[in-house]
Structures are given as structure tokens and as C-alpha cells.
Design a protein around this ligand. Sequence first.
Ligand SMILES: Nc1ncnc2c1ncn2[C@@H]1O[C@H](COP(=O)(O)OP(=O)(O)OP(=O)(O)O)[C@@H](O)[C@H]1O
Length: 392
Amino acid sequence: MFKAFLIKYAEIGIKGKNRYLFENALRDQIKYALKDIDGEFYVSKEQGRIYIEALSEYDYEETVEALQRVFGIAAICPVVIIEDTAWDNLVKEVGNFVENQYPDRNFTFKVEAKRGDKQYPIKSPDICIDMGAALLDRFPEMKVDVREPKVRINVEVRHKAYVYSMIIPGPGGMPVGTNGKAMLLLSGGIDSPVAGYMISKRGVKIDAVYFHAPPYTSERAKQKVVDLAKLVSRYSGPINLHVVNFTDIQLYIYEKCPHDELTIIMRRYMMRIAQTIATNTNCLGLITGESIGQVASQTMQSLAATDAVCEIPVYRPVIGFDKQDIVDIAEKINTYETSILPFEDCCTIFVAKHPVTKPNIGIIQRSERNLEEKIDELVKTALDTIETIEVK
Ligand SMILES: Nc1ncnc2c1ncn2[C@@H]1O[C@H](COP(=O)(O)OP(=O)(O)OP(=O)(O)O)[C@@H](O)[C@H]1O
């Protein structure tokens, strides 16, 4: 069993002077991803590489799976570390590596070497040639093919040597936390958890806000959203989930505004409240799971009407996706089964039979004037009574 992994990074290698920030964020995310694995690990960074060493017994499959959720990782290479890099020892240990990893050695191979330690007396091309020859001596059944080898034996010589031949793809993207923070409007549906996953893949840390309307929406509906946040946090890292009690605002809108405008006016208040929480918590934008034309409230006109109340950008990562594309990602990240649990959402409870699908902002603003008497106070109460849950 491998006692260590070499981690190759994706785009972050090219970030110039800020590179250390990216490497540190990646190292932190790796530590976070490994925290629930049974086993002890030491994560270090060195010369454009991150290494993970197992300090105890651990579950290999579970560890690789956890690492495959860390954005910024391009490849995970289970590696054997050789402390003594003296040539004879290196030859012996690389041979042992091949013997242990490949009981059947009827394959073509190539040695690929990298000399990170420029003091090492043998240059990279010579390591390739001499190591290849030594392996052929020890295992005559193997054959060299430098163009299309079946097995590439990578040897990196730094102050220790590292040998690996397996390259497991990582998720790509950028380490969470390297591109600011945004506030996800997280409902219990399929789309918003996917939107949160996608934006965090670009390095954005996320917090979330959920609007519930007790007693019209149940504790179980709220728990479903907490569960979804937990599933997303396996990729995004910890999420502060702000639960806003929206009941009185919804009832007031229901009382004072035309019912065919309920959805859009309610959405505009959700955005206003989410924006206030976002700016109070240093978030640089809002994220929703909207996709053009998916439902009546997601026409270009409706999206414009909700955007009109926002002073910070609204990001909609799934805007151009078909439902099936979103479902495919939801299945991949394991949120789908939870999202389809049939609990009520506050948006579906106070909904008109025939909602406006192409709202005119002027008309909507006029209707909102009916709310002037009490709405500020109700919004303030909603903000003052937020329950914040740290989901991780
Ligand atoms: N109760 C809620 N709390 C927080 N955000 C919400 C809530 N309801 C809707 N949203 C936000 O508004 C977006 C659009 O909601 P809507 O109900 O129209 O669409 P949806 O296609 O069902 O989305 P989802 O599948 O994410 O629920 C959601 O993706 C989400 O970002």
C-alpha cells in the first residue's frame, strides 16, 4: 500500500507571484478534505508540488475519493518516497517499486525523470537512460517504448526521490478561497446546490441563505437544505448557512400585492435580504440556480426584475444549462437524491395560478409601494432573527 501521494496542481501553477497563496489554499483544502478520513496525514508543499504522507494506517479508496473532491488538484499520484537518493539505492528501490506494483511485467515502459535537485550528479536524460537500462537488466521481460509505453515510470529526484506510475485525475478548477466569497441562495431544489458546486470549483468560497416560511414550510424542509449544504460542503469547504424566517414578509406581500406578481415581488425581497447578509459578511456577489426559461419565473424579464434590486453582481452558473445537464451534475455530486425529496418550498406555497412571466419593472415597483407601511420593519425583523448554522 502507498504511504504517500504526490499532488499535481491545475491552473494554479501559472499564477506567478501569488502562487504561494494558491498553494496554501490548496494545502488547506486538502487538510479539510482529509479530516474525516480514518488515518493521520502530513501535508507539505515543496517546489511546485504538494505531498501527502500517511502517518498511520488509512483507507486508500476513501482517501483518493476525498482528494478527487478538492478543486485545484489536476492529478493524484500514489508515490513511493525514497530517502536515500544515492544512485545504487535509487536503482534498487525503483526496481522494487516495479516488482511490487506489477507482478506481471510483460509490458512496454519508459522512464521519465525530473531532477528537482540541481546538485544531483546525474542529469535527467541520463537518469532516464541509465534507470531504463537497469530495469531491463533486472526484468528482461519488460520492453522499452519511448513513444507509446504502457507504463510510464516517473522518477523525481529532489532532496528525496519520488517514484510513481499511476496518475489519477483530480477535479481541476481552483482551490476554494482563492477567488473571494459569494452568497448562494440555496433552496431545496436540484439547481442551486449545483450552482454552488460550480462556482466553488472556480475558487469562490461560499456561504448560503435559505428562506423558510414556518409553519407553511416544515422543519424537515429546512433539514433537507442543511443536508444539501453539507453535501456541497464536501467540495466547497465549510458553509455558513443563514436561515431567514420569511413568513411574515410573504404574508404581507400576499395581503397587499396583486397575486399574479407574488413570485416576482417575493423574489425581489429574497434578493434584497440576501444582498444585505452578503455585504455584511464580505461576499462579493449572489449566486442562484436559475436557468433561462426553465420555469415562468426565470424569463429574461423576470431575471432583470430581480437583478434590478441588486447592487452586487448576481452569478447564475447554470444559466445556459438544460435541466438534464444540471441533473447529471447533481447526480455526480450526490445532491440529486436529496433534492428530489418531496418537501415544500416557500416559493411554491404562495404562488398564483397565472403568475406574470414578463414583469414590467415599473408596474412591479408600483405594487411594491403598497408595502411601504410595514415592509422595512418586517425585513429588519427577518434580518435580526436569522439563524446561522455552520455546515461542515
Ligand atoms: N426558499 C429559498 N431559499 C433560498 N433561495 C431560494 C429559495 N427559493 C428559490 N431560491 C433561489 O432562487 C432560484 C430560483 O428558484 P426557483 O424556485 O424558481 O427555481 P428552481 O429551478 O426550482 O431552482 P432550485 O432547483 O435551485 O430550487 C433558486 O435556484 C435559488 O437560488
